[in-house]
Write a protein that binds this ligand. Sequence first.
Ligand code: NDP
Ligand SMILES: N[C@@H](CC=O)C(=O)O
Length: 351
Amino acid sequence: MAHKLAFIGFGVVGQGLAEILRDKKESLKQNEGFEADIVAISDLMKGSIYHPGGLDISTVLRVLQETGNLENYPETPGLIRGWDSLKTIKDTNADTVIEVSYTDVKTGQPAISHCKAAFEKGKNVVMTNKGPVALAYRELSEMAEKHGACWGFEGTVMSGTPALRMPAAALAGNDITEIRGILNGTTNYILTKMEQEGASYEAALKEAQKLGYAEADPTSDVEGYDARYKIVILSNHVMKAPLSVGEVECNGITGITLKDIEKAKAEGKCWKLIAKAKKENGKVIASIAPEKLDAEDPLASIRGAVNAITYQCDLLGTVTLSGAGAGKIETGFSLLIDLISIHRARQLVSI
Ligand SMILES: NC(=O)C1=CN([C@@H]2O[C@H](COP(=O)(O)OP(=O)(O)OC[C@H]3O[C@@H](n4cnc5c(N)ncnc54)[C@H](OP(=O)(O)O)[C@@H]3O)[C@@H](O)[C@H]2O)C=CC1
Ligand SMILES: N[C@@H](CC=O)C(=O)O
């Protein structure tokens, strides 16, 4: 049976997943037995459409590209327009909510309410929005479990690179005692552009925004708040150690000038925004701060919007993973892998 999806938010990442579902429809069916219908999309400014029988993805994407608004989706018998996010979550026939609205760095809202509304209805949530995972991990995990729903959030850390799934699956049994990484694509892109091309901070940030890497409010990226959310998610989910956002010391890259970068380069070093979490006496101590790295540091060679993370494991030693940290298709893929996992679990249950 095809999964029925409702999108809350339909910006860069939402459209990325829609493109993947359009372009890989046949191979996903053939290789995974996976089929999905987008039944609803509710976006703040781009409008809202719902059809219980499914929307035509190619038409959705074309209409949006040509007119910028979903209200121009052609009239079809049974089509409903104008439902807000909560009504879409509660009252459509979707079994899974794709939460890709913006990340609010202070309250995590309205995305936390979106998750709660979905779980109360027994609906799965798959999301790249970091707010709910960083601010309400425990409450939402318990709620999902209580209502028999799945909660996927691979894309909240390092986009589609399996920074959460890899340790959970392949490093299970290890005690992960320390995590260190470059977890924000926008800032790494900016620092790389400044270092390699002498670009100004402002020009590099503008490019990162154009490429779809930056947050709706890029202050989140450059001040380190986005990386702070990610280290909190890693601490709670991967290290199984409760850590709240307020406990993480946080400094961004706004104080780093072209002159600092040139100076580091002359010393054979480079500036990176480093996220760290370390278990100490049963507690996790975490921080976000720019660091001047030696060329031999494994994180020094990570360029552009690529991210990297090192897990210190008691049984396996040091394991480093690198890959995309942001981007339309890369992050769209993170939602797809969560959906495929739900699909595989559903298959196992029905055997
Ligand atoms: N871009 C990336 O590479 C990555 C992004 N993320 C996260 O994924 C999420 C989506 O990112 P991205 O697609 O880039 O962001 P965008 O800003 O491109 O898209 C977010 C969309 O959500 C809409 N929106 C905001 N609030 C609501 C609401 N209450 N109800 C319905 N729609 C709403 C916005 O509407 P409108 O603009 O029309 O007002 C916008 O279209 C964010 O939380 C981000 O932190 C995570 C990993 C990587
Ligand atoms: N703005 C974020 C997007 C992914 O989380 C980043 O640049 O890493």
